[in-house]
Ligand binder design. Structure first.
Ligand code: SAH
Length: 470
């Protein structure tokens, strides 16, 4: 089975850098089910084509199946797997081009970040539901799609078409996105995933679908088919996507407009005071690895990066737009390898467990909880305090009692705030969370203290009771 990717971006041979595969070499990569070979049938300044050829060994494939796989028939040895592109090709592609798929390219990060003219061709692709499905799944992603049904037998036209198509996609797309889309959509068209589905399939789908799946008009069909119609997993995935999809409408910038509301004599913006306060607490706690949950456009991460005692700094947000800002602010694309090992930025909703949240000394939730719908807050509590369970969690949120001092303010401080709490409400919440999840909690105010109304921002510092966990 074969897949080719061509570009006419000049110089076209840069494709070799993007894929981390030299155009002059033929390279082989062993897979559990056969061998993947990468070579370049053409490599000129004007046009460059890489081919990924996969030879499947049906015996190895049968052996690589999980023991509980349902298929014990001869069909596991005699099938189309060796000839038709399929989910196996998607798997091999993900393996062989893993760095390209992550979008990293030290030699030319600008190019890796850019949409470039691409042509992708798969001569034989099983496509359940016919060519229309191929149009439906690829066109909304900006591809021009040619999907030509392949006759069952050219000698017998009356037998009609087979379930295979020849697929050709052309478009201006970032190479990493194209590879991620193929990784998800090849098995979707094939619809006979060769391996058993585990719960981590949902995580994989979320990662590969980042930035495009949540807003895809056929996300239901794609998710259902990708997860091989496993109803439970599909439900989880669709709920997670819905949460990410929301972001398109409600994407917001952080609460900078609060500054406009500040009484004039205040010179240090509240935003900066918050950063100072949380930063101080992180130093007090001796945290070395920190994750900024709901990092927005990355101002606080930037601050952390400047201090070398923070050996790992991660940030996550539900908003891709904010993450793009953060990546630019932190110069992620110009980092040395050592620096980029220190930092990680990724998309995620805080109401769903994600293993990437785990393993940090401290997690920061700065002005984030008030953006979460109250009925979903418990899910966030579980994800942060029970699943990720860092040694310390620092939460800041507005104190709504203080709002009366903002003369021009009507209602809440930001249109996306789902609630704003009094000091008593925040105390009640943080005490309950601490008690439920085995943390001690201390509260402090941030910003100028008013005798009656307290400080504009309130902070809770949770530390794991009994020191380090497991
Ligand atoms: N912490 C930053 C940004 C605060 S604005 C700062 O203090 O400047 C709130 C941020 O939380 C936004 O970037 C928003 O996209 C993010 N956010 C809101 N709900 C979220 C959720 N459920 N999961 C992850 N991030 C979320």
């Amino acid at each position: 089975m074969l897949l080719t990717v061509s570009t006419t971006h000049k110089p076209a041979t840069d494709l070799g850098f993007l894929l981390h595969k030299h155009p002059d070499r033929v390279q082989e990569f062993k897979q559990s089910f056969g061998t993947a070979t990468v070579f370049y049938p053409e490599a000129t300044e004007e046009r460059c084509t890489v081919a990924l050829m996969l030879t499947v060994d049906p015996v190895r494939l049968a052996r690589s199946r999980a023991k509980n796989a349902p298929d014990f028939s001869l069909a596991q040895y005699v099938n189309d797997r060796s000839y038709a592109a399929s989910s196996l090709l998607g798997v091999a592609m993900a393996d062989v081009f893993s760095t390209a798929r992550s979008g990293r390219c030290n030699a030319n990060q600008d190019l890796a970040d850019s949409a470039i003219p691409l042509e992708i061709e798969i001569p034989v692709l099983p496509c359940r539901g016919g060519a229309t499905i191929a149009h439906r799944v690829f066109e909304p992603l900006g591809w021009a799609v040619e999907a030509e049904p392949i006759a069952l037998d050219h000698a017998f036209a009356e037998w009609g078409d087979s379930r295979y198509i020849r697929l050709r996609l052309t478009g201006e797309v970032r190479l990493a996105d194209a590879l991620s889309q193929l990784h998800v959509l090849l098995p979707v068209l094939d619809e006979s995933k060769h391996y058993w589905q585990g719960p981590d399939e949902v995580d994989k789908l979320m990662r590969s679908g980042e930035g495009w799946l949540a807003s895809h008009p056929d996300k239901d069909l794609i998710t259902r088919r990708y997860l091989a119609r496993t109803a439970g997993l599909t439900r989880v995935a669709l709920a997670r996507l819905a949460e990410l999809g929301d972001e398109v409408e409600t994407a917001i910038e952080p609460a900078d407009d609060e500054e406009v509301l500040q009484p004039e004599e205040k010179r240090i913006p509240l935003n900066a005071q918050r950063h100072d306060a949380v930063y101080e607490v992180l130093l007090e706690l001796g945290a070395r690895s920190v994750i900024d949950l709901g990092c927005g456009p990355g101002q606080f991460m930037e601050r952390l990066m400047k201090t070398s005692s923070f050996t790992r700094v991660a940030g996550s947000d539900v908003s891709t737009r904010s993450l793009q800002h953060a990546a630019r602010r932190l110069y992620v694309d110009q980092m040395s390898e050592r620096q980029s090992e220190r930092v990680d930025l990724f998309q995620g909703a805080l109401t769903y467990e994600d293993e990437r949240y785990a393993g940090f000394d401290a997690a920061v939730l700065m002005e984030v909880i008030e953006h979460v719908d109250p009925p979903r807050l418990e899910a966030l509590e579980h994800v942060v305090f029970s699943a990720a369970k860092p040694r310390a969690v620092i939460v800041t949120t507005p104190n709504c009692e203080y709002n009366v001092l903002y003369e021009t303010l009507v209602g809440r401080r930001h249109p996306d705030h789902r609630f704003e709490w009094t000091r008593e409400q925040f105390a009640e919440w943080s005490d309950r969370v601490a008690q439920t999840h085995g943390y001690a909690v201390e509260r402090r105010g941030i910003g100028d203290l008013d005798e009656t109304f307290g400080t504009p921002t309130q902070m809770a510092i949770f530390t794991k009771a009994g020191g380090s966990d497991d």
